[in-house]
Write a protein that binds this ligand. Structure first.
Ligand code: 13P
Ligand code: SF4
Length: 310
């Protein structure tokens, strides 16, 4: 790339020329969030992907998110700046093993968290995100038996909130499992008025300390509406960009991880860069492709989720 290029200007030009929309998750780097047409959590992004009239959806997020957009808009071109932007949680649930697991519980309904492959969604009855998981479970009759996967932490939290007995798949996100209870407590001692905000993908020991638990959009809204001035944030660090932008007078501290070498960045989300975003829009590649037989099955549980959350 010519270093004299103003990538913001070039990306904006390409958006108009190609009738492309850029959708970005809150875990993307700040520059990508700033150039996006829409920034959101997984639910908001899938709602946007379902209703956009752009010809091209450029997904600044990870592979399963771009797949979801393709499933909802199969006739559109969906681009992902780096095809290797995967997800440890999606990887923790290989579809062939999940299929066998599901066979052990033939009378159970399958709810899967959107952070999974298209193939897994094709094996599901309803998809959910962290912002509507409780609502989706509660929309089902009380005696309905349910398998919940792939995130065991989100599943355990939903089970507790709804009082339901969910059969859980043993999966987890590498970013949300690194937080240290001891180090968060020490940070809280230094900032006793700080509110602790956590994503439900965190382990229960961290969720127990939280003043608020919710999706990335939920966390952002809570921080904006709260009279508190300081916050300890137990989720991926990309969210701090919008929190600081929306609340310039408030202070946000990333929750410390258990290993001093670790950080709260998702290595998959952070594979996308402004340069790769520009190149993928210019070249029209890499493109997401989902086989039609998978699209036909996977769209049903995603649309069920969107109907319940409308
Ligand atoms: P939400 O966007 O639903 O908060 O999920 C967080 C996440 O881990 C996305 O990868
Ligand atoms: Fe997957 Fe976790 Fe990264 Fe989200 S933060 S994309 S769940 S690895």
């Amino acid at each position: 790339i010519d270093p004299s290029l103003d990538l913001f200007e070039e990306i904006n030009k390409l958006k108009k020329e190609k009738n492309a929309v850029v959708l970005a998750h809150y875990y993307q780097e700040g520059d990508i969030q700033d150039i996006a047409d829409y920034i959101g959590d997984s639910l908001g992004l899938s709602q946007q992907a379902a209703k956009t009239d752009a010809d091209i959806i450029v997904f600044a997020g990870v592979h399963f998110m771009a797949e979801t957009a393709k499933i909802l808009s199969p006739n559109k071109k969906v681009l992902l700046p780096d095809l290797k932007a995967g997800c440890s949680l999606a990887d923790s649930c290989p579809p062939h093993l999940f299929k066998k697991f599901k066979e052990k519980y033939p009378d159970h309904l399958v709810i899967t968290y959107v952070n999974c492959t298209a193939e897994l969604k094709a094996l599901s009855d309803i998809v959910c995100t962290s912002s509507n998981a409780v609502q989706i479970v509660e929309s089902l009759p009380k005696d309905q038996k349910i398998i919940f996967g792939p995130d065991k932490n989100l599943g355990a939290w939903v089970a507790k909130k709804t009082g339901r007995d969910l059969v859980l798949w043993n999966g987890a996100c590498m970013v949300h499992e690194i937080f240290s209870r001891e180090r968060i407590s020490k940070l809280k001692e230094r900032h006793p008025n700080a509110k602790i905000l956590a994503h439900p993908e965190c382990e229960e020991t961290i969720l127990q300390m939280a003043d608020y638990i919710g999706s990335t959009t939920g966390i952002l809204k809570y921080a904006t509406n709260s009279p508190a001035e300081e916050f300890i944030v137990a989720t991926e660090s990309g969210i701090l960009h919008q929190m600081e932008k929306d609340n310039p007078s408030k202070k946000f501290f990333p929750a410390p991880p258990n290993n001093t070498c670790a950080c709260n960045d998702c290595p998959h989300m952070k594979r996308n860069t402004l340069e790769k975003l520009y190149l993928c829009m210019k070249n029209g590649t890499p493109e997401i492709d989902v086989p039609m037989d998978i699209i036909e099955k996977a769209v049903i549980p995603i649309e069920r989720m969107l109907e319940i959350s409308a």
